[in-house]
Write a protein that binds this ligand. Structure first.
Ligand SMILES: CC(C)(COP(=O)(O)OP(=O)(O)OC[C@H]1O[C@@H](n2cnc3c(N)ncnc32)[C@H](O)[C@@H]1OP(=O)(O)O)[C@@H](O)C(=O)NCCC(=O)NCCS
Length: 182
């Protein structure tokens, strides 16, 4: 595969990362629903917490993947009062951060996901954040395998469509040097 760099998010990638969000979405993949999609899963993160967002950039300086993170679920739900994440405040104590990760299909399965996780973990580690959670559609079997492979623990499977996974970052940072391809 071509040379791909993992770098901190920069606002020049805004339209690339919106495209990645749209192209990898199954539930909101229509032009009418795209603004809802970006409101839920993209814009707040890059506009309000760019320092905890990273992109995978190809040789043409186009972002082909991202990891977006809100480091504090309490702050996030205060600033997004109508957002569905309200119900995840119960994870604030042990897993205060949450993430979204997406990679364009042509770039999946080459280890970029693991490298994006590592870049984020280093940043969150430097901020003293001890845990992270995420939600994943029950039908996303590849993504579930990916999270389990990277040490995520199932926290909740009661919701009809989503699973919630969590990771202790102390453990994740300890594991990083041994990760294949990282
Ligand atoms: C899930 C995702 C972030 C994983 O990143 P990735 O760079 O493709 O994954 P990596 O190469 O680092 O790791 C590959 C592992 O993840 C899993 N995997 C997930 N998606 C895969 C894909 N499309 N092709 C191959 N493996 C995939 C496999 O279990 C694989 O393990 P293996 O190497 O032991 O077979 C990425 O595939 C993606 O963006 N998928 C579509 C959008 C999505 O589902 N996002 C998560 C929403 S909850």
């Amino acid at each position: 595969m071509e040379n791909i760099k993992i770098i901190p998010y920069n606002k020049k990638y805004f339209s690339d990362t919106r495209t990645i969000c749209y192209e990898t979405s199954t539930s909101y993949h229509t032009p009418e629903r795209a603004p809802i999609l970006w409101g839920l899963y993209h814009d707040w993160y890059v506009l309000n917490s760019p320092e905890t967002c990273f992109v995978a950039v190809n040789e043409k300086d186009t972002a082909v993947g991202y990891i977006l993170c809100a480091p504090d679920i309490e702050k996030y739900t205060r600033e997004n009062p109508n957002n569905h994440y309200e119900s995840y405040r119960k994870y604030a104590k042990d897993y205060p951060a949450h993430l979204h990760i997406d990679i364009l299909p042509a770039y999946q399965g080459h280890g970029l996901g693991g490298k994006l996780l590592d870049a984020l973990y280093k940043k969150l580690g430097s901020m003293g954040i001890k845990g992270i959670h995420l939600t994943c559609g029950k039908h996303k079997l590849n993504a579930i395998k990916f999270y389990e492979k990277h040490g995520y623990k199932l926290l909740d499977s009661n919701d009809s469509s989503n699973l919630v996974f969590g990771l202790n970052l102390g453990i994740a940072l300890g594991l990083m040097p041994t990760r294949k391809g990282a």
